[in-house]
Design a protein. Structure first.
Length: 151
C-alpha cells in the first residue's frame, strides 16, 4: 500500500475554490468540538482539525476589520495566530506518513471545509487590500506573515 506523508495534506490549506459564501456561514470545527472529538481520532486527523480551527480564527479576525481602529486592534491577535499556525505547520510536517485510504478519507472529510475557509480568507484579503488595510501598515505586515507561513 502506498504511503503519503501527512504534510502532503498541508497543501490543502493553500487551495482556493471557485465559490464564495459569507463568513457567517463558515463553521470551522469549534475548539470545544474539536477537543471533544480529538481523543478518539488519529493524530493526523487531530492535527488537521487544529489547523482548520486556526484558519477559521484568522478568517474571523479578518472579517471583523472595518475601520482603522479595528485594523490596528486585529494585528496582535493575527500575529499570535500566525505563530500558532507556524508551530502547527512544523508539528504537522513531523507526523508519520498516511496510507492512501487515510488521505482519501481526510480529503473527503476536510477538503470542502478548508476550501471554503481559504476562499473566505482570500475574499477578506482582497477586501482589506481594496480598503488599503484601513491605513494600517501593521495589518498589511501581519497578513504578509500569515501568507508566508503557508509557503
Amino acid at each position: 500500500m502506498k504511503q503519503y506523508p501527512l504534510y502532503s495534506l498541508l497543501a490543502l490549506f493553500c487551495m482556493v475554490p471557485a465559490w464564495a459564501e459569507p463568513v457567517e456561514e463558515v463553521s470551522p470545527l469549534p475548539a470545544a468540538q474539536a477537543d471533544a472529538a480529538a481523543p478518539q481520532l488519529p493524530e493526523g486527523e487531530k492535527r488537521l482539525r487544529q489547523g482548520i480551527v486556526i484558519l477559521g480564527k484568522i478568517c474571523q479576525h479578518m472579517a471583523d476589520i472595518n475601520n482603522e481602529s479595528t485594523a490596528e486592534a486585529a494585528v496582535a491577535p493575527l500575529m499570535r495566530l500566525c505563530e500558532e499556525l507556524r508551530q502547527w505547520t512544523h508539528c504537522f510536517k513531523n507526523l508519520p506518513p498516511l496510507s492512501e485510504p487515510e488521505v482519501i478519507l481526510y480529503e473527503d472529510r476536510y477538503l470542502p471545509i478548508i476550501r471554503k475557509i481559504n476562499k473566505l480568507m482570500q475574499d477578506q484579503a482582497d477586501r482589506l487590500a481594496a480598503a488599503e488595510y484601513y491605513g494600517s501598515r501593521n495589518l498589511a505586515a501581519a497578513l504578509v506573515h500569515i501568507a508566508q507561513v503557508g509557503h
